[in-house]
Design a protein around this ligand. Structure first.
Ligand SMILES: [Fe+2]
Length: 118
């Protein structure tokens, strides 16, 4: 699933993914595939090993106006997505696996990526 592309509707927050070229329309607007950026300090994810999980924490804002709305862990054979909501705390878990990338989306600043090297 390495070629997974993300599309987010800015009007309703709908999250769509595709592994090949696709055209999506949501709320009357064409959605373009998002281009992931390297995280800056404000959008940093901390990933720690905790038993059989990756324990993820972040200090980014989680207000209704500005929050991380999902985090996906993508490997060659899997896409695991956790939906996040405003006022939620900045912590979650994924099963610990080798390699892959985390993708996460800030409703104000777009898509970010983090390579998992362990
Ligand atoms: Fe942000």
């Amino acid at each position: 699933m390495k070629n997974t592309k993300f599309y987010v509707c800015e009007k309703c927050g709908n999250i769509l993914t595709s592994t090949e070229n696709a055209e999506f329309v949501c709320c009357g607007e064409n959605l373009l595939p998002l281009v992931a950026k390297e995280a800056d300090e404000a959008h940093k994810l901390n990933v720690e090993k905790s038993e059989d999980d990756f324990y993820i924490t972040f200090s980014h804002s989680m207000t209704k106006e500005h929050y991380i709305s999902f985090i996906s862990y993508i490997r060659f054979d899997k896409v695991l997505t956790v939906k996040l909501y405003p006022e939620q705390s900045g912590e979650l878990r994924f099963p610990q696996m080798r390699g892959g990338k985390m993708y996460y989306y800030c409703n104000a600043h777009g898509l970010f990526e983090l390579k998992i090297v362990r």
